[in-house]
Design a protein around this ligand. Structure first.
Ligand SMILES: O=P(O)(O)O[C@H]1O[C@H](CO)[C@@H](O)[C@H]1O
Ligand SMILES: O=c1cc[nH]c(=O)[nH]1
Length: 234
């Protein structure tokens, strides 16, 4: 069975799927954390793998950058390949003073400057929220591991390079971090009856003008991956 963007057989994806923006982070996750990792799709080099974690089937697939890319993969994974729990494991820029580089943010909801959800939702503003059960599972796992996390509202932007005034506005409204996919992921999950969450590692600090290097963005977030995989499996 194939969709325009995923060439895999029916049953190739597990019900649980991690969903990083970077397909090379997907490869790293599969090769580092999965038992028997198997490449199940590579259309346009958007790599997707299935394997096991703690003896349970799990998948990971890149979403690409931005809501248009993420939303089409999310739609096909949920609608056509039976994925039920789609958890973004991504990077973000911090826009809150108490959040530090490398901290983990778990999104309770995602505000956005994208018109994607409004266009889909009859011109109204959809509250793009994460699944409460998944949120609870990851927060509980973090407490168990004594791992500090921030939970709250994030902002999904269409533009990586924004004017500095946006940071000021987001800070004023208590937004923790800025990234580019979660609001679209949450609305696609809502539309197709799946569960979604975004767990983010801070790779840039927009108030401090500090940034992690490219290699760290690809392979440097083992604590976020382990936290998420342990929370999703029993
Ligand atoms: O690291 P990923 O998961 O790609 O996430 C963030 O990084 C990309 C921008 O550099 C955007 O996709 C943004 O959301
Ligand atoms: O979207 C993103 C991702 C990482 N860092 C940012 O500043 N923005």
């Amino acid at each position: 069975m194939s969709t325009p963007h995923i060439s895999a057989a029916s049953g190739d994806f597990a019900e649980i799927c991690l969903f990083p923006g970077d397909p090379l982070r997907a490869k790293y996750i599969a090769e580092t954390f999965f038992g028997q990792p198997r490449l199940v799709t590579a259309v346009r080099n958007m790599l997707g793998y299935t394997g096991t974690y703690r003896q349970q089937p799990v998948s990971v697939m890149g979403s690409g950058m931005g809501i248009p890319s993420c939303s089409l993969y999310a739609t096909e994974l949920i609608r056509d390949f039976g994925v039920r729990k789609l958890v973004r494991v991504g990077t973000c820029g911090a826009v809150a003073g108490h959040v530090q580089l490398r901290d983990i943010i778990i999104s309770q909801a995602a505000s956005t400057d994208s018109s994607f959800n409004r266009n889909k939702f009859g011109g109204f503003d959809l509250a793009a929220i994460s699944d409460f059960g998944l949120l609870q599972q990851v927060v509980a796992e973090a407490a168990k591991r004594d791992q500090a996390v921030h939970v709250g509202n994030i902002f999904s932007t269409d533009r990586f390079y924004n004017e500095p005034q946006l940071t000021v506005l987001l800070q004023r409204f208590g937004i923790l971090g800025i990234e580019m996919e979660a609001a679209g992921l949450f609305s696609v999950a809502a539309e197709y009856g799946a569960k979604a969450l975004a767990v983010l590692s801070v790779a840039d600090h927009l108030l401090q003008d500090t940034h992690l290097d490219v290699a760290t963005r690809e392979t440097g977030f083992n604590d976020m991956i382990e936290l998420t995989l342990n929370a999703l499996t029993t």
